[in-house]
Design a protein around this ligand. Structure first.
Ligand SMILES: *[C@@H]1O[C@H](CO)[C@@H](O)[C@H](O)[C@H]1NC(C)=O
Ligand SMILES: *[C@@H]1O[C@H](CO)[C@@H](O)[C@H](O)[C@H]1NC(C)=O
Ligand SMILES: *[C@@H]1O[C@H](CO)[C@@H](O)[C@H](O)[C@H]1NC(C)=O
Ligand SMILES: *[C@@H]1O[C@H](CO)[C@@H](O)[C@H](O)[C@H]1NC(C)=O
Ligand SMILES: *[C@@H]1O[C@H](CO)[C@@H](O)[C@H](O)[C@H]1NC(C)=O
Ligand SMILES: *[C@@H]1O[C@H](CO)[C@@H](O)[C@H](O)[C@H]1NC(C)=O
Ligand SMILES: *[C@@H]1O[C@H](CO)[C@@H](O)[C@H](O)[C@H]1NC(C)=O
Ligand SMILES: *[C@@H]1O[C@H](CO)[C@@H](O)[C@H](O)[C@H]1NC(C)=O
Length: 763
């Protein structure tokens, strides 16, 4: 009996060891259907050689959170060094009464006691699984009667590759993240046979340098070489650990939290894991090593240090000191031997130019925040238009960088008084005032003069506007309209097309929509918000064309979308037929892209705050999908700009997806969601889909849409994905695990205060 159940260890630790010892000679130890592991029992399945164990382990000391996975288990490795090599499921932590079961139906299923639901399964029901086994190489397999492998953990790698495991084309290892908000690193085996290290989805910062080939896979040999092998298992590229060919008992390859790829060996004599190879020697060259903490310096002890040469914000982020309008002009600060790049977004525009020209290019461009000039044969100037700038610095770096900064508030630049009013900023420069207020008397005098000048300028510009009526947008590309002009272009608010929304026509016959915010907002804040919104441009966002800010009136003027909003289509049974399945999927994906852009594509985080069908409009022939009414949130008659969190937008997006899929708009969304989740769980997903859709639906897209919607609708905000992830799931470039029930009881995760503050970027 012991021989048969050797791997199914019950809690007494000694017995386990004893059994493990006894069965040392048994090649494959089978785990029968119906077997269970639980947190409370602390039992585990071991491989017959005792090297690996599949068990629950705590991931956080205080919060009572557990994961289940495969760890090293060898007696020669102390518990704290028994590294986790694979984690079950979506890395969803479970609570202390949870269990994992190999069900009678042949499925591995993880039950979370807090949610009282299965949060992950291997999805192998009805596939004739009769047993499981943890193999000696650390692979957990489910097998049928003939011992054919139906499912294996080696096929869904986590961050680690073990000797004997293949990483096939289009598979990836994903680094564990430092915290929920940090960006992620991953290792891809791509279709043309190269290994690539990625930051987020688009930045590739390391690749294996081998000729292209198809069906190449990555493989770690037991002698300590990382190889790329072709179809005939011939290595086409390899790298060796320092201890290659040495007799080393345990090795693994892992993409670490810091984005570097390392090969580790167990050093018996020292009792630790040692890195014997790493993909990128200088950690500073790993993309975004310092992320929002400044510039990376590789110091003489061989470690990467983050230093902030710019400005440290309240949230302890190191950002470039960018201000859209500097009252007294800008200048450039030079950083020698420093290479800088933007991270949100990561793309810089690159020009060929000289050093001086590069500095001027940035200085002349109002959106430029920093520039780097490098010359290794070809002189290149890269211009950054984001405050999220990072980089590295080292005496050997052949680059010089410039960061733009407002000239001191009191270094009055005489050229300003000479420039025409249209070029002057529309609002007072607040930091200047604060600066001046802390200064001495003489500065107050200057401040007084400044305000006098400001008032004079505003008067003159108002006067000017009367003559400039409708002639064209201001320097920001926005029309600034008076209330009487708003009345005239909407013909006294005759053509109402939505709540507080009116269609209008500019004198140049350009159709627009006027939205009455109908809420109070301080003039200064309103103007600064519309300026920011005016500079946003994305093909799935309705463009802000102008605004009115006079007395208590706050109007926004948007471009007009001919076909109106999506709610109209859903409610009307005739129009509804035009919303085919493909169209609905396209709407979801366009909206996700738009919100993703607002959250992380702009200079600063912008929340939508009011995402719903009414605010998604369709262009002519239902061609383009655009999101409108972003930015402002209205509460109790008061408007705020960006008053909501990213998580709220994500939740609203989940509701929007459910509405589009089900066609139910007026339902209580909690009820709708609970019902849809139940139908989905119980494999009656066809019931969820709007019956009025002509031409049916694509079940793969439906599965993706529902899974991501349920993730977005998680009550526990911290479980919701970022919009970037949503976009990738919808276009099928990121797979998504089955979601836990959205409305289940929340698990108390630890909350770090510093991360919750402010409107920081969600990545
Ligand atoms: C797990 O629990 C042990 C004992 O309570 C503790 O020492 C260890 O730090 C915990 N592990 C983690 C990752 O918090
Ligand atoms: C499980 O966790 C809860 C609170 O998180 C605690 O009250 C309870 O004592 C724990 N149970 C066990 C068996 O550790
Ligand atoms: C699994 O098999 C049972 C009984 O044969 C059947 O009722 C059920 O529909 C099957 N499920 C799937 C997902 O095929
Ligand atoms: C695979 O990676 C290499 C190196 O980064 C790149 O040149 C190639 O285009 C990639 N192939 C695919 C199909 O992505
Ligand atoms: C690559 O492998 C797959 C699956 O083994 C096979 O279907 C495909 O034909 C192979 N491609 C090439 C170019 O050999
Ligand atoms: C390891 O041994 C093999 C075969 O003896 C040899 O070809 C290879 O060069 C050795 N590797 C290193 C890094 O010395
Ligand atoms: C080098 O960097 C490490 C890690 O940031 C730091 O702990 C150490 O003090 C630095 N050493 C020197 C000499 O600056
Ligand atoms: C920057 O602007 C100045 C003044 O308008 C102009 O003389 C100069 O040529 C511009 N430089 C570049 C690189 O555009």
């Amino acid at each position: 009996m012991l021989g048969q159940e050797n791997c199914l260890c019950r809690s007494p630790f000694l017995l386990c060891v004893f059994i493990g010892f006894l069965v040392h000679s048994i090649v494959e130890a089978e785990i029968p259907l119906g077997s269970k592991l639980s947190v409370a029992e602390n039992d585990y399945w071991v491989s017959s050689n005792g090297d690996f164990a599949f068990r629950f382990f705590n991931i956080s000391d205080q919060a009572n959170l557990f994961s289940v996975g495969i760890r090293f288990n060898s007696k020669s490795i102390p518990y704290s060094q028994q590294t986790v090599v694979w984690v079950t499921g979506a890395q969803v932590p479970v609570s202390n009464m949870s269990y994992l079961e190999l069900t009678k139906e042949g499925e591995l299923a993880l039950f979370d006691s807090l949610q009282e639901a299965f949060v992950w399964t291997s999805e192998t029901r009805n596939r004739s699984v009769v047993s499981a086994a943890l193999l000696d190489n650390g692979n957990l397999v489910l097998m049928d009667k003939e011992h054919s492998i139906i499912w294996q953990s080696f096929d869904t790698p986590f961050d680690t590759l073990l000797p004997g495991q293949n990483l096939f084309a289009n598979y990836l290892l994903r680094a564990a993240s430092k915290d929920r908000k940090s960006s992620y690193y991953s290792l891809h085996m791509n279709a043309s046979g190269h290994l690539e290290l990625h930051w987020e989805s688009s930045v590739v910062y390391w690749t294996s340098e081998n000729p292209s080939g198809s069906n190449v896979s990555a493989f770690l040999t037991s002698s300590g070489a990382l190889e790329l092998r072709d179809r005939s298992l011939k290595p086409v590229w390899s790298v060796f650990g320092e201890d290659h060919n040495d007799s080393v008992k345990y090795r693994f390859l892992r993409i670490d939290v810091d984005g570097n790829l390392r090969l580790y060996s167990w050093v018996e004599s020292l009792g630790l894991w040692r890195s014997v190879w790493q993909a990128i020697e200088n950690q500073c060259k790993v993309f975004a090593t310092c992320a929002k903490l400044g510039v990376c310096v590789f110091n003489n002890t061989g470690s990467a240090d983050c230093k902030c040469p710019f400005e440290v914000t309240r949230n302890n982020e190191c950002l470039v000191p960018y201000e859209q309008q500097c009252e007294s002009g800008s200048n450039m600060i030079a950083y020698k031997n420093t290479y800088l790049y933007g991270i949100y977004p990561p793309d810089n525009s690159v020009f060929s130019s000289s050093l001086q020209h590069c500095e001027q290019l940035c200085l002349n461009d109002s959106q430029c925040t920093a520039a780097t000039f490098s010359n290794d044969g070809t002189p290149q100037c890269s211009i950054k238009k984001t405050v999220y700038v990072t980089g590295y610095s080292d005496p050997s770096v052949n680059s010089i960088s410039f960061v733009k900064r407002c000239s001191g508030p009191f270094a009055v630049n005489p050229s300003i008084t000479k420039s025409p009013p249209s070029e002057l900023p529309p609002t007072l420069c607040v930091p200047c005032i604060i600066g001046a207020a802390t200064g001495t008397f003489i500065f107050f005098v200057i401040l007084q003069l400044g305000i006098g000048f400001f008032i004079y300028r505003r008067r003159s510009s108002t006067r000017e506007k009367v003559t400039l009526d409708f002639t064209g947008p201001n320097s920001k590309g926005l029309f600034v309209l008076s209330f009487s002009e708003i009345k005239s272009i909407t013909r006294d608010f005759k053509n109402q097309i939505g709540p507080k929304m009116f269609k209008g026509m500019l004198p140049n016959n350009h159709a627009i929509v006027v939205k009455d915010l109908n809420a109070s907002m301080e003039e200064r804040k309103f103007r600064s918000a519309v300026m920011k919104m005016g500079s946003i441009s994305h093909k799935n966002l309705v463009k802000l064309e102008g605004y009115c800010c006079e007395f208590d009136h706050r109007f926004l003027v948007y471009e007009y979308a001919k076909n109106g909003s999506v709610d109209k289509y859903i409610d009307d049974s005739a129009l509804c037929r035009k919303l085919t399945w493909t169209k609905r999927v396209e709407i979801c994906s366009s909206v996700a892209k738009a919100i993703c852009y607002l959250h992380s594509g702009c200079r600063e985080f912008i929340s939508h705050g009011n995402l719903k069908c009414e605010n998604v409009v369709l262009d002519e022939k239902l061609g383009a999908v655009k999101v409108t009414e972003f930015g402002f949130a209205i509460l109790d008659g008061k408007a705020t700009y960006c008053g909501f969190s990213a998580e709220k937008d994500v939740e609203d997006f989940g509701k929007l997806v459910l509405t589009l899929v089900t066609g139910c708009r007026d339902h209580d969304h909690v009820e709708l969601c609970e019902w849809a989740y139940k139908e989905w769980m119980e494999e009656r997903v066809a019931n969820v889909v709007d019956r009025r859709i002509e031409g049916g639906y694509n079940s793969e897209e439906l599965e993706r849409a529902l899974r991501i919607a349920f993730w977005c609708l998680q009550m526990d905000e911290r479980r919701r994905p970022s919009m970037g992830e949503v976009v990738r799931v919808l276009d099928g470039t990121l797979s998504v695990d089955p979601p836990p029930p959205p409305f289940a009881f929340q698990i108390p995760l630890q909350v770090h205060d510093s991360e919750e503050n402010g409107s920081e970027l969600e990545v």
